[in-house]
Design a protein around this ligand. Sequence first.
Ligand code: GDP
Ligand code: MG
Length: 750
Amino acid sequence: MPLKIALAGNPNSGKTTLFNVLTGSNQFVGNWPGVTVEKKEGRLRHEKEITITDLPGIYSLSPYTLEEVITRQYLLEEHPDVILNIVDASNLERNLFLTTQLLELGIPVVVALNMMDVVEKNGDVIDTAALSKLLGCSVVTISALKSKGISALIQTIKEDGTARSVTPPHRFDDTVEQALEQIAAHLPPTVKASQARFYTIKLFERDSKLPSSFEPVLRACEPIIESVETALDDDAESIITAGRYLFLTSEIARCYRKKTQKKHSTSDKIDRIVTNRFAALPIFAVIMFLVYFISVTTVGTFVTDWTNDGLFGEGFHLFGIGAGEYETAVEAFEADPTLEEPSASDYGIWVNGIPVLLENGLDAINTAPWLKDLILNGIVAGVGAVLGFVPQMLVLFFLLAFLESCGYMARIAFILDRIFRKFGLSGKSFIPMLIGTGCGVPGIMASRTIENERDRKMTIMTTTFIPCSAKLPIIAMIAGALFGGAWWVAPSAYFVGIAAIITSGILLKKTKLFSGDPAPFVMELPAYHWPTVRNILSSMWERGWSFIKKAGTVILLSSIFIWFTSTYGIENGQFAAVSENSNSFIAMIGSVFAWIFAPLGFGTWQSAVAAINGLVAKENVVNTFGILYGFAEVAEDGAEFWSRLAADFTVVSAYAFLVFNLLCAPCFAAIGAIKREMNSAKWTFIAIGYQTIFAYAVALCINQIGSLILFGTFSVFTVVAFLIVAAFLWLLLRPAKQSERVRLKGASNA
Ligand code: GDP
Ligand code: MG
């Protein structure tokens, strides 16, 4: 028979592991409606009628975090047949705090005591029969990681799910129970009998997320609640929390016996070094360097080069066999053109790249030239350049998934949180920013590891301020053309990026979008352990695939757009494939937008087009100048046209141009990633809108104030610049409205 199972439990209790064991590959990952918290659903292996929903990990049903709200809403409104409550048996007391609340929902609960392998290894003993009796629900012991006890668990779920008998859970002390009885009499008739206990307790706690229909009831109950509060000299919510803990520490505690603890577990020993006051940061730096080194430079570059030059380029020698010989032959030919030109296919086994294969195919079926151009130079070049990132991203996601699931990521957050919290970010924001120095796309996607929604949004919005590797040629171009290659230009770009992140954090934190109490800092350091390869690979693939799908569509459309507008235009009064760049549609678009950039000191259509092309890929900025100045091919830093650039820009406007391109909306691939991670069109617009306006404001101030100081130019925009600086300082220094209250209640002080 069909059965709906809701999987609930604390973070790190093994929910995902159990979910994967239960569902195998029959799972679907999405997001909860309207929010970016992951939603996983799946069907039980071999039993398609039984569906499982992996709910966000939570410590309680109080609506303080988004995760708590989602889980609670689901349990109350979607009527699952069984709640499968997964519990970390090595941390029984703290995990069962949630269980006491789940038992009040009027839905059969099956408690799965997970991590039994750890419990056994520690030599601890749990009396599951006694525990089951006390809780009034089935208790099954399992090890999700070792796939032990799973079939017994499934059996129990099926029995309990069809029996539907729910034993009333534990009682609070008499004063409270009397008050609860009185409150129950006031409950609106819409409340189902099975959910009465839950709503009664929530009313007593003056829960802020009760439906508005409860307001009159709450007012009527206020005297009852207040009298209990006076009698027990505590606030209602704490009274309930204390009641639950009393139950856990007095009665439940008798169900298990911990072997006298070994002084220090291996995990504690590792932590004493890794989170050591002095060693923590250096160790962290080394680990991050390794992650970066492996994913962005060595392995990453290798696979990226292979995809870009091989798969999406000319082609490659299978397993690299013959590549060396071919290269030697090419060198010999270049030195002595009388020789016969070598052909790559004569060495090893040569595999043509996708563009070559496509071109041959398109030629074979006599494709119209414009269509061939669109497919090869528009779509394949554009989409291929982005797909080239995928292997590198996969390497990176693999390493991150490892750090995440072995438990080190929690330590990093712990070490850095204090610093990052000051400007509205979380300790985990560091990872996306570090990765962002290589490429913003995986950087933005790495923000997934940040559970708190506000921190994650803030991180997504600010990560691309850090110069990514594709922006380096722009820096080199400006430094070379106008600053004589001065050494300080590149470091100053990173400095601008970091300053932009810090000031944005402080500034945004005070706005309505991000205001409110900071997320409760429930820091938990799970014991270190070896993750399973399966978990790491599936986490890596999930992230990689979602990038390919979502970002892929944005990039496809934008590549077609840029190709079309730069290939076609109006020439001699007619629509035509243009021979002069200045006649193309993109030049027209550039001219339309050029005036916008005039206050920043670069109001030419070429600069506008370069900035627009930068949206496709920042590498394009240099190329675009090259093409528009009439060079077919230029060096990476565009050294050929530096003199032209120097004539069009002043040092101040060039630096403003540089800063604008560093800080404004990132490339389409990164915008696609932002859209994917924000899971909301509105927030995507807020993010890129904020970045672009911020970039514009900073560039304007640099150009205007710089020109005033260096050249004594003064205009109405100089005044605007000073106004912006004043407004900026005011926004930065004004006090935050909300008091910074940190919640420390319930599970968080366990
Ligand atoms: P979630 O946060 O609840 O989804 O927890 P995960 O499924 O990500 O598990 C947290 C960590 O605990 C993972 O690294 C798992 O490998 C580990 N884990 C899960 N179940 C077991 C188990 O039965 N025994 C042991 N030793 N580790 C487990
Ligand atoms: Mg999980």
